[in-house]
Design a protein around this ligand. Structure first.
Ligand code: FMN
Length: 199
């Protein structure tokens, strides 16, 4: 038997540190080798039917980053914020694609792989924002994707230029779950207490 014991505390701390970030230090580049090492983590995730239908387009190029940025919607709760300003934008993207020749449904493979990538990035000091709200046709066009590849998520990556903190929500079902930003620029993320998750 292999000994697969890793520190539970280390895993918990990594998950806790893996927060959504929407303002980055755009000047700190992320190279293709780093992105490839994050994709490698996806080889080890579980996969429905073990079909492994997900693919990734890695984007470091400034011109493509600029075009991709215009297709993305940031922080839906912040109605008066247009997303990160120049200089705060992501240094790289990973666009998760479904190879539809394996079927139109990837079950939860997409989420499992996103979590593997974001944990890996966090371990490298790189912050992320998972983005589902984007202009699909525009992303397909920007990336010149063949018809059989469907964009599922855009993962924005960069070294963080904002502070994000978790807050405990009160344990009521009516508690406000919206994230918010305070005047000091800190981004606050309410999380439900443990006892509310167990029914
Ligand atoms: C499936 C999914 C889709 C998301 N889509 C977007 C999005 O389109 N734009 C965005 O700014 N954030 C998006 N997010 C980030 C969430 O807003 C963020 O996860 C949530 O506020 C909780 O913050 P946390 O990731 O730090 O726990 C998405 C997250 C997930 C898991």
């Amino acid at each position: 038997m292999q000994d697969n014991t890793v520190s539970f505390t280390a895993l918990r701390d990594l998950l806790r540190a893996d927060r959504t970030c929407r303002r980055f230090d755009e000047g700190r580049k992320i190279g293709p080798d780093t992105l490839r090492s994050l994709v490698e983590l996806c080889r080890f995730t579980a996969s429905g039917r073990n079909a492994q239908p997900l693919r990734y387009r890695l984007v470091c190029d400034a011109g493509i980053r600029g075009r991709l940025f215009t297709s993305l919607a940031w922080a839906g709760y912040f109605k008066d914020w247009d997303g990160p300003a120049p200089g705060e934008r992501p240094a790289a993207y990973m666009v998760q694609l479904l190879d539809t020749s394996f079927g139109a449904n990837c079950l939860c493979d997409d989420g499992l792989q996103l979590q593997a990538i974001t944990l890996g990035a966090t371990a490298l000091g790189i912050a992320n924002c998972i983005i589902k709200s984007f202009d699909r046709a525009a992303v397909k066009d920007t990336l010149a994707l063949p018809d059989y590849l469907e964009p599922r998520y855009v993962l924005a990556l960069g070294y963080p230029a904002e502070t994000v903190v978790i807050e405990d929500m009160d344990g009521t079902r009516e508690a406000d779950f919206k994230y918010y930003r305070t005047a000091d620029g800190v981004h606050h993320v309410p999380k439900r207490p443990l006892d509310e998750l167990i029914v």
